[in-house]
Design a protein around this ligand. Structure first.
Ligand SMILES: NC(=O)c1ccc[n+]([C@@H]2O[C@H](COP(=O)([O-])OP(=O)(O)OC[C@H]3O[C@@H](n4cnc5c(N)ncnc54)[C@H](OP(=O)(O)O)[C@@H]3O)[C@@H](O)[C@H]2O)c1
Ligand SMILES: Nc1nc(=O)c(N)c(NC[C@H](O)[C@H](O)[C@H](O)COP(=O)(O)O)[nH]1
Length: 221
């Protein structure tokens, strides 16, 4: 699985405010770039924290890009994937509408009745639990690959992105740094989780570009 993490942060590295509601950091050009990255992916992945906070749709906005995908024999939108160990995704979440296939990655601790309700709402359930009761991403990606998902774009949030770095699964990171200060010790950052104390993952900086009123940094994992 090729894993491309994309996120937008404030100058102080925050994904959103301490209220954890969505903060618009990207400008129009960056959102258009995000749409292009989505259109190139087989799947777009977020954690359930992002679903609960933002209720994202995770589809391709640009009709030409969707048409191009269909001409290439693909679905108009990439699949949507939610890391959701305990099946907390609301059954009326926007990711569960019929615009694309949606996989929920759950652990074996998820309540079977919740799973039935989510299946009825259109979700494909993938059980891939790790020893810590959370999603084992390596196992989940192997399961998705069987369905032809070879390229996944990850759109956050900070808990999921930390776990992917911890598991050594990040191939590429694009980070838009907007020119605003958010602050807040409880505000989510690019990589939260437990944090590293040694053996810090190192990335290779491969691109720096001014976009909107911010900077797009491109890294290889
Ligand atoms: N600026 C941006 O680019 C951007 C992008 C996305 C999100 N955001 C913001 O980020 C915030 C949400 O981020 P978040 O960090 O709270 O949530 P998140 O990373 O989207 O989701 C975290 C949840 O995913 C579940 N999960 C399942 N398996 C996991 C694993 N192996 N590792 C980590 N998590 C796993 C956990 O819940 P369970 O234990 O219940 O499974 C965990 O609490 C919101 O404020 C949103 O607006 C900003
Ligand atoms: N690239 C980017 N710039 C931002 O300023 C911002 N706040 C996000 N946030 C990502 C988060 O996952 C959002 O929930 C989805 O970008 C919403 O996706 P939809 O438009 O609903 O498909 N992403």
């Amino acid at each position: 699985m090729y894993v491309h993490v994309n996120a937008a942060v404030s100058v102080d590295g925050k994904l959103s405010s301490r209220r954890r509601d969505q903060v618009t950091i990207s400008g129009d050009a960056d959102f258009d770039r995000v749409d292009r990255v989505r259109a190139d992916a087989d799947a777009v992945l977020v954690g359930v924290g992002t679903v609960l906070a933002d209720d994202p749709h995770l589809t391709v906005d640009d009709a030409d890009r969707r048409d191009r995908r269909r001409r290439d024999g693909r679905d108009g939108n990439p699949a949507r994937v939610v890391a959701d160990s305990r099946a907390r995704t609301p059954t009326d979440a926007r990711v569960l509408d019929d615009a694309a296939t949606t996989y929920l990655l759950v652990s074996d601790r998820a309540d079977p009745a919740r799973l039935d309700a989510l299946r009825d709402a259109g979700a494909e359930i993938v059980v891939a639990g790790g020893d810590d009761g959370r999603v084992d991403f390596a196992a989940a990606f192997d399961a998705l690959a069987v369905d032809g998902v070879e390229r996944t774009m990850v759109e956050g949030g900070g808990e999921v992105i930390f776990s992917l770095f911890e598991a050594g699964l990040v191939d590429e990171l694009t980070l838009y740094v907007g020119s605003l200060v958010v602050g807040g010790r409880e505000a989510p950052t690019l990589a939260d989780g437990e944090g590293f104390v040694d053996d810090f993952p190192r990335l290779e900086l491969v691109g720096v570009e001014r976009v909107d009123d911010g900077v797009l940094l491109s890294y290889e994992g």
